[in-house]
Write a protein that binds this ligand. Sequence first.
Ligand code: GLN
Length: 490
Amino acid sequence: MSALTKLTLKGALDGLAAKDFTSVELTQAHIDAVEAARGLNAYILETPEKALEMAAASDARRAKGEAGVLDGAPLGVKDLFCTKGVRTTACSKILENFVPGYESTVTSNLWRDGAVMLGKLNLDQFAMGSSNETSYFGPVTNPWRGKGSNKALTPGGSSGGSAAAVAADLCLGATATDTGGSIRQPAAFTGTVGIKPTYGRCSRWGVVAFASSLDQAGPIAKTVEDAALLLNSMSGHDEKDSTSLDIAVPDFTQFVGKSVKGLRIGVPKEYRVDGMPAEIEKLWQDGIAWLKDAGCEIVEISLPHTKYALPAYYIVAPAEASSNLARYDGMRFGLREDGANLTEIYENTRASGFGDEVKRRILIGTYVLSAGYYDAYYLKALKVRRRIAEDFDNAWTKVDAILTPTAPSAAFGLGENSNDPIAMYLNDVFTVTTNLAGLPGLSLPAGLDANGLPLGLQIIGKPLDEGTVFSVAGAIEKAAGFTAKADKWW
Ligand code: GLN
């Protein structure tokens, strides 16, 4: 049955529709694969009984001719999405035993369309990190290894579990979230496809909040088409999230495979950073050449405020995080540590419940919001954010989409950057700009480096123009012909 886990989501849905196999068979094959891959630490909670129950219900629906668009497809869920009656931790100790009484809108949409839940996936604690090493449940190991090496590599973060699970065929697709790159950088590190849609496309309701003005949900998938299928289901207006857009969701799959002839593709000169490996520059040039061949016009553009994006992000995101995480006080839900009085209970609970990176963000965030520093840091960062958005607004007068590398390196070793927060933050240099500007960004695998590790290209689109992003991604996917998979060692 292991062949069933090798299918793409589209392939599996076609097989289910053709009655080649049942959802119970497909789901069981994935449950077996998940059990055999525990060494990767991608799933922090397996829900096989629930999965088989959902799969049987799906088979019954299909037998009655009532199958939904994702009916019977087993998926993984980043443990930042609240799942009713199923423990949701944000990979923190403070929520170690939290069982939500409600379901996030995004996961509700997937179940509405018939998808099956295999379990909850590991992530950086509260989605803060770029390597999955800040998880209370320990890091995820990337299924990919360098040529002839046993060294354990990071799958990236914060959606490391989602990316690793998709790359290792432990689900047909996964939910993920992206505040500064957490869908796209892990996708790039694991040879998978990930899209962060326009801010407001997917409801944030029931997603544990990190930085609310930047957080967006999106899928990690095996192919561009699979990502479009998943995003179709995850998107849509939700009155429970006031920032969710009340706007029609086009069928994103219609854009995959569409001609890109005549599209103008911007190449921003500021994304050529010092110390970037030559192989990433080469991959970028390959991407440019493929799009030229497909009939695109390549336009050199300038996004002059790019160099301020990372510092602005690392002020805005912690500021919002410090405010959002104030709710974990030991009173309402999650962990409570004893203390002699209320203040001591707060202090003890937060001191023991939050990991070091989360504490660092709360400290930075509180500092930049404090009287006396608010104008100098937070307000300044908001002004920079506006400038970055304006850079993109100007670019859209000249181009239809923008092509960049996704991350400044391939996957690095576990432990390699974990003692140097700045080195870790530099991972997000190409991804945070789209979060600050609210734009859609997609990463897809486009080649391997000399060490045999996958590298990703990023396509950035106009607000609400995920369609063009999918078309460009489809063209690159076709030209790159990336079919490499990690050798199975786990
Ligand atoms: N790596 C970034 C951070 O640590 C982005 C995380 C995210 O997108 N959730 O903040």
